[in-house]
Design a protein around this ligand. Structure first.
Ligand code: FSX
Ligand code: SF4
Ligand code: F3S
Length: 393
């Protein structure tokens, strides 16, 4: 009992070390832990457990391999600004091997990897960034004379957990797109067993940090879906949490980059946004730790479905998305012609039923009735005409 108390109520003394270590106030630190706990979907009180684990648990040794990729995953991890996420990450883990970040090169680097593997046998976390080329016995990616295939197998053998970071490592990503000349494959395919995946091109560093913190706090990786993705981050469609969703439901779309709808922040569905068929938490946590709306759709670009195999880098950007759980109504009932009256719930329901839409779409439609972009344009044109016509004044 006292242990539980201690875990859920770490005292000021327990956190003094972390204040000094991270150079952030106790308050900021606890706030950060609360955010992480919320990202993980943990119950009330778990923020203190997270704080305690970060403060006291031994930093897990991490061996980070790079294969076929652009290093955007590492870049995204290091480009967070406030409160220096990369500092926290590098404090929470002991990054013992990372080709782009380590000072060592050549034989020294190889020795560092071997030493870390030996010293932390069965306990280290293996993070793999990039796809693994398997064509022609893997000759398209060699490091220190070893193929990526051999390296990943060697390092995974004694790892406590394997994390595939980024879409390349998770499902092949960009290098695996047709015609896939090198046979770029995922980590799970090469190892022949499931691994935890954090897809995204690049993935969100918070999802990596939260996964590692879960490992630290509970001694195991978080629950995953059938594709190995942590459920806390990938269980919702982007379309479900998008800030432009009300525009979608009301039928207000940007139809061209830079048009009035685009400038007004309307829905990007007609510009090919793949949010309706992409599972990720981009709209809820944003990127780069620089504040709200810092994610593709928030910046005015349609989601390309970078987390999703078969969508990102496969479907053309201009192609409209497949609606996975809400079919758009065939037409946007009465929004245009009957301004002020709107569709009755029954008529909207009938229309959406005709379109084969989910019942929820009908509710959303009736709730979010408003002028469509085209209707607004028509209204404006009418108003302008009136102001030009002296007979109407
Ligand atoms: Fe792939 Fe990460 Fe995209 Fe790049 O390295 S997921 S190409 S952001 O760097 O692996
Ligand atoms: Fe947001 Fe894209 Fe869905 Fe529109 S289609 S609401 S922009 S996720
Ligand atoms: Fe990728 Fe779409 Fe998120 S393009 S970063 S999954 S908004």
């Amino acid at each position: 009992m006292s242990d539980m108390n201690e875990i859920f109520n770490p005292g000021r003394d327990a956190l003094r070390g972390i204040e000094q270590r991270l150079g952030m106030s106790r308050r900021d630190y606890l706030q950060f832990c609360a955010t992480l706990a919320a990202t993980l979907g943990l119950p009330k009180g778990a923020d203190a457990a997270v704080a305690k684990a970060i403060e006291t648990a031994k930093r897990p040794s991490v061996i980070w391999l790079h294969f076929q990729e652009c290093t955007g995953c590492s870049e995204s991890l290091l480009r967070a600004e406030h409160p220096t996420l990369e500092k926290l990450i590098l404090d929470v883990i002991s990054l013992d091997y990372h080709e782009t970040l380590m000072a060592a090169a050549g034989h020294q680097a190889e020795a560092a990897r071997k030493d870390a593997m030996k010293a932390n046998k069965g306990k280290y976390v293996l993070v793999v960034e990039g796809a693994i080329p398997v064509k022609n016995n893997g000759i398209y990616c060699k490091i220190g004379g070893h193929t990526a295939i051999d390296l990943v197998k060697e390092c995974a053998a004694d790892a406590a957990a394997v994390i595939a970071i980024g879409s390349c490592a998770s499902w092949g990503g960009m290098p695996s797109t047709h015609p896939n000349p090198t046979g770029a494959s995922s980590v799970a395919e090469v190892l022949g067993k499931p691994v935890l995946t954090i897809p995204g091109c690049p993935p969100n560093p918070y999802n990596f940090l939260a996964t590692v913190v879960h490992f630290l706090t509970f001694g195991k990786l978080p629950d995953v879906d059938k594709l190995g993705r942590p459920k806390f981050a990938y269980s919702r469609l982007i379309h479900e949490n998008c800030e432009r969703r009300a525009h979608f439901d009301a039928g207000r779309f940007a139809v061209q980059f830079g048009d009035e709808g685009h400038r007004k922040g309307y829905c990007l569905y007609k510009l090919g946004c793949k949010g309706p068929e992409t599972y990720a938490n981009c709209p809820t946590i944003g990127f780069g730790d620089v504040g709200e709306n810092n994610w593709p759709v928030g910046c005015g670009h349609p989601c390309i479905g970078c987390t999703e195999k078969g969508v990102g880098f496969t479907k053309p950007i201009h192609q409209v998305a497949t609606m996975l759980n809400v079919t758009p109504p065939l037409q946007y009932a009465r929004i245009v012609e009957e301004q002020g009256k709107g569709a009755s719930f029954a008529s909207a329901a009938a229309l959406t039923a005709l379109a084969g839409a989910a019942a929820g779409a009908a509710v959303m439609l009736t709730r979010n009735l408003g002028l469509s972009h085209a209707a607004e344009e028509a209204e404006r044109a009418k108003a302008q005409d009136k102001s030009k016509d002296p007979a109407q004044v």
